[in-house]
Design a protein around this ligand. Structure first.
Ligand code: TXA
Ligand code: MG
Length: 333
């Protein structure tokens, strides 16, 4: 029997996907950061299906994707001046703003929080899909909860297989790490997640931003769990003075630049020969996936400089490298 084609060329299938979304279904689509798993933000049942597909805890809210800045007015109860400035400067782009929520946004989207995360992606397919659907699209990254984010349509298909009916293929994601999230819920802005827009650029626009730090195993913001983005193979972050323990083991190296010595390693992935952090970010998740497919005992990852996109890369590597069981937030204290 012929298997149904799930991955389709994005450009020719926008209308079909938009109709699918309007009818209450879930569609995977490309953005400039990573692929998203989208449904109408106004359809609580369709959004519930996203949580189910991802096995995502209900306390972890979703980002609402819009096609123009003016749509913020109907989703947020208020927009602080600094937030508007960031939107004007970085949208469309890899930046998410957390703002006080308008009652029109269903509680399931925001996990019952009084705030909503909003972003205008910088990808022609994502923008065309939102416009054609005629509704904002709620979408997390299109991976199983806690796993590596997808940067190609094939990555999405590997994770969900027949569970997902439609994947719009728009090629590889240009940025490769998720959006930067800045919250405007407190009186001063807070960076909740480093991402595609460097912190330096945000601070150049609006002045200093507090950086959220995790207090051990309980995240301050929902979803910012210490263990995330994890490959199945254990991943260890190397510091400058370390050398990987190789004895009798199949070890893969995730190298920032070309490694000086790769003797004894089973596999090597180079993020950027030139040491370019943007190129490294774009290659990060696909490289982790390729190493994860090689039946290694261990992946060791080199640290990268924590400037520009390096901050987002190191954040993902740290979370991918924590070998911890998920904290059960539903358990009684
Ligand atoms: O680049 C991206 O942001 C991608 C693409 C698809 O747009 N999306 C993405 O979504 O990374 P997700 O669900 O994987 O990560 C969204 C993060 C989660 O950590 C969630 O907890 C946080 O955003 N978030 C969403 N709403 C929030 C809110 N109201 N307050 C605080 N954090 C929020
Ligand atoms: Mg995610």
């Amino acid at each position: 029997m012929k298997t149904k084609q799930r991955i389709v060329q994005a450009v020719e299938n926008i209308e079909r996907a938009a109709k699918f979304i309007r009818e209450g279904n879930v569609v995977a689509f490309p953005t400039e950061t990573v692929y998203g798993l989208g449904a109408s933000a106004f359809d609580a049942r369709a959004v519930a299906r996203i949580f189910e597909l991802k096995a995502r805890p209900r306390f972890d809210p979703l980002i609402v994707h819009i096609a123009s800045l003016t749509e913020v007015e109907s989703l947020a109860a208020s927009i602080p001046r600094a937030a508007r400035k960031l939107a004007e400067q970085f949208w469309p782009g890899p930046l998410t703003l957390v703002l006080p929520k308008h009652p029109i946004v269903p509680d399931i989207v925001t996990a019952g929080l009084p705030s909503v995360a909003i972003r205008q992606p910088d990808h022609p397919v994502a923008l065309a899909l939102i416009r054609a659907a005629g509704v904002p699209i709620a979408a997390p990254s299109a991976n199983q909860f806690g796993r590596t984010s997808p940067t190609t349509a094939a990555h999405v298909d590997e994770q969900f297989g027949e569970q997902l009916e439609l994947i719009l293929d728009g090629g590889s994601c240009r940025v490769g790490v998720e959006s930067t999230i800045v919250s405007f819920v407190e009186p001063t802005p807070v960076l909740l997640r480093p991402g595609g827009v460097p912190l330096e650029d945000i601070e150049a626009a609006i002045g200093s931003v507090a950086v959220q730090t995790s207090d051990g195993d309980r995240p301050l913001a929902p979803g910012q769990l210490p263990s995330h983005y994890a490959p199945r193979t254990p991943l260890r972050l190397l510091h400058a003075s370390d050398s990987p323990q190789l004895a009798g083991q199949r070890v893969g190296l995730l190298s920032f630049r070309r490694p000086l010595n790769s003797a004894g390693l089973t596999a090597v992935e180079i993020l950027s020969e030139e040491g370019d952090l943007c190129e490294a970010a774009a290659n990060l998740f696909a490289a982790i996936r390729r190493l994860d497919a090689q039946r290694l005992d261990l992946i060791v990852a080199e640290s990268v400089p924590e400037t520009g996109l390096g901050r987002a890369i190191m954040d993902r590597l740290r979370r991918a490298s924590v070998v911890a069981t998920f904290v059960d937030h539903t358990a009684a204290p």
